[in-house]
Ligand binder design. Structure first.
Ligand SMILES: [Zn+2]
Length: 492
């Protein structure tokens, strides 16, 4: 059944996107989010129960109840009542999603269906071993000749499309900060304002730039800004993560290759450096490239030319190189892992992006920006942050920086009830950060009152603001709690 396969594919894609938002290992959370995704996608309002979750034996059982399945309603409207379940897309979607989320093939089979005269739809999802013989008659719906090949081809096409899109985009979208008119618009912290100012100045000169900063701190945002504020703005901006690709692939991506240069190279292809024309190429995680590739890149920077893999004649390139790293390249050089001559070629200008914890003034502004972004991305009407989230967002240290903040907001918006994001919708790590009370120097240890206020805050959030419940949990009287919270508020 083509519909099931289509749904499967769709579910896989959504789960893959969700994995970015959730901790990779947290399969349970991903499964819980499936119901949300079905609602957002307009498939159905559903409830999912985890009946069995054995990651060691790879055995799972998920129980799914669907209310007003859009698919069943459409089917009934078009074909009338059926004598068997009709929610093929939803079954496929759930199967594809769960399979991606759990890393094990999960098959959802519907046993009750609105389209077949039942009051609701109901389906069970299990791994093949748990289904046993019962799965056999259904397998044909799930099987696809070459789903993997299809994914590869689609990914390739998506990449191309993405590049084309970026080609046309002159503004720094997707960024976290509305940079367009003046880079300083929504930046409140002096630390980041300084970075943005330097980026604005450097954009006008055509020098190679090295951007350093922790993972997720927004190095690509700065790179995009430099590009968009430069004379190359109308030309392409091609980002590539050097740490994500094995050497051989990275080389092909950057320099291109000739047909037959290696197995799988069926036709000539230009690399990013060539394709970018007079645009900019952003080399992220430059500290991760191999010594061999470092030599080749050095040559590119010196000669302004590249060699496609399998070719002998160099080709001139005109692209501007902007590189970034989360490593301390000077340390890497001292350890013999990074070439000093390449470093000097890259770091004609060096820009440092401060970590989010060093610019707390920007946290809430960025949070609001991401809420607006999620609202349009996931089509959640009236999405907003409850005021009680502010303290939570400000007290957390954000080791994953802006990217972690964006992911946390996206996750929270998916779990939010009726668009209202509450503290409990945030990941556990944010809600209850590991107590790092005794890190650093003794004079930086938290004051007793701070610890008390923080603890009270957490308990209040956990009890949904119920003061008498919170007082009971804290082992104090409601009057004492009232006095203590009033003091905390005053001190803020
Ligand atoms: Zn159904």
């Amino acid at each position: 059944m083509i519909l099931t396969r289509f749904g499967y594919f769709w579910g896989e894609a959504d789960a893959a996107a969700m994995r970015r938002i959730f901790d990779w290992r947290d399969g349970r959370e991903l499964i819980r989010a499936l119901a949300r995704m079905q609602r957002i996608q307009g498939l159905a309002v559903s409830a999912i129960k985890i009946v069995k979750f054995d990651e060691l034996k790879k055995q799972y059982e998920l129980d799914m109840t669907l209310h007003n399945s859009a698919e069943a309603e459409e089917h009934a409207a078009a074909f009338g009542a059926s004598d068997e379940p009709v929610c093929w897309i939803i079954s496929g979607y759930s199967s594809g999603y769960a399979s991606w989320a759990l890393g094990e093939k999960i098959y959802f089979i519907e046993d009750k269906c609105l389209g077949a005269g039942d009051r609701i739809c109901h389906a069970t999802g299990k791994d093949a071993a748990s289904w046993g013989e019962k799965l056999k008659p259904f397998m044909k719906f799930f099987r696809s000749d070459d789903i993997h090949g299809k994914i590869l081809r689609l990914t390739e096409e998506l990449k191309r499309k993405n590049r084309e899109l970026q080609n046309q985009k002159k503004l720094v979208a997707n960024a976290g900060i509305a940079f367009q008119t003046s880079p300083m618009v929504e930046i409140r912290s002096p630390a980041f304002a300084q970075t943005a100012e330097l980026a604005a100045r450097v954009a006008k000169y055509d020098a190679t730039v090295l951007i350093s900063g922790e993972s997720g701190s927004g190095k690509e945002v700065i790179a995009r800004y430099i590009h968009s504020a430069s004379e190359r703005a109308a030309k392409p901006f091609f980002p590539i993560n050097c740490g994500a690709l094995p050497d051989s692939l990275l080389e092909g991506e950057l320099f291109g290759y000739r047909a037959g240069a290696f197995t799988g190279a069926t036709k000539d292809r230009s690399g990013l450096l060539e394709e970018a024309g007079a645009g900019s190429v952003f080399l992220d995680e430059i500290g991760d490239i191999s010594p061999a590739l470092q030599v080749k890149l050095l040559r590119v920077l010196q000669e302004k030319e590249i060699l496609r893999l399998g070719e002998n004649a160099p080709r001139k390139i005109a692209a501007r190189i902007i590189a970034a790293t989360n490593k301390n390249l000077k340390e890497e050089i001292a350890a013999g892992k990074f070439r000093e001559d390449l470093y000097f070629r890259l770091a004609v200008v060096e820009i440092e992006v401060p970590p989010l914890r060093e610019r707390p003034e920007d946290i809430l502004e960025l949070a609001r920006h991401f809420v607006r972004k999620c609202a349009s991305k996931h089509k959640i009407r009236n999405l907003r942050l409850d005021a009680s989230c502010a303290r939570l967002l400000l007290q957390y240290k954000w080791p994953g920086n802006v990217r972690e903040l964006e992911n946390a907001i996206e996750r929270a918006s998916i779990f939010a009830n009726d668009g209202l994001i509450m503290p409990e919708n945030f990941p556990e790590a944010v809600v209850q950060p590991e107590t790092d009370l005794f890190r650093g120097e003794p004079d930086s240890f938290a004051k007793l009152a701070e610890i008390e206020a923080r603890h009270i805050g957490i308990i209040l959030e956990k009890t949904g603001g119920n003061k008498s419940k919170a007082a009971k949990l804290l082992g104090i009287s409601p009057a004492t709690l009232w006095r203590k919270t009033r003091r905390t508020l005053k001190n803020q």
